[in-house]
Design a protein around this ligand. Structure first.
Ligand code: 5GP
Ligand code: ZN
Length: 124
């Protein structure tokens, strides 16, 4: 079911750059890199762990299609795939979405660690 007050439930088909029966992809409004895509479920689900298997497959299919599209369009050298679950983990829009973030050579001085660097190395 769609939620009237949810900004991702309000997304219209003309904003979708990719879609299938259960999922859709659109450009992030504040991209962290050129081509930053968001993949959502068409049904409102608060977070990734609420998805059923068919939705996970639908999202996976758009991740693959998104990767193909981004390689053709922008030729990134790599990708980060990220999911924030819960406010404490940084989730700001409470409708399940997966970040597909293209990465480019030299976009940060030292890319080693990727998403492992989101917390300072305090656990020794
Ligand atoms: P979160 O922090 O919840 O994982 O990510 C939410 C993402 O949604 C952010 O990257 C933010 O830039 C993006 N975003 C927030 N509002 C909108 C919107 O209205 N349209 C689009 N296309 N992206 C949005
Ligand atoms: Zn929603």
């Amino acid at each position: 079911m769609k939620k009237k007050e949810c900004i991702f439930c309000l997304k219209k088909e003309n904003e979708f750059v990719l879609e299938n029966k259960l999922a859709a992809a659109f450009w992030d409004a504040h991209p962290v890199s050129k081509g930053h895509l968001l993949i959502i479920t068409k049904e409102h689900k608060d977070n990734f762990f609420e998805l059923d298997d068919a939705e996970v497959l639908a999202i996976n299919s758009l991740l693959r299609a998104g990767k193909k599209m981004l390689l053709k369009k922008y030729q990134p050298a790599g990708f980060n795939i990220g999911i924030n679950v819960g406010k404490t983990a940084g989730q700001t829009v409470m409708h399940c979405h997966i970040h597909l973030i293209p990465r480019y050579l030299g976009d940060v001085p030292d890319p080693r660690g990727g998403i492992r660097k989101m917390l300072p190395a305090a656990h020794k």
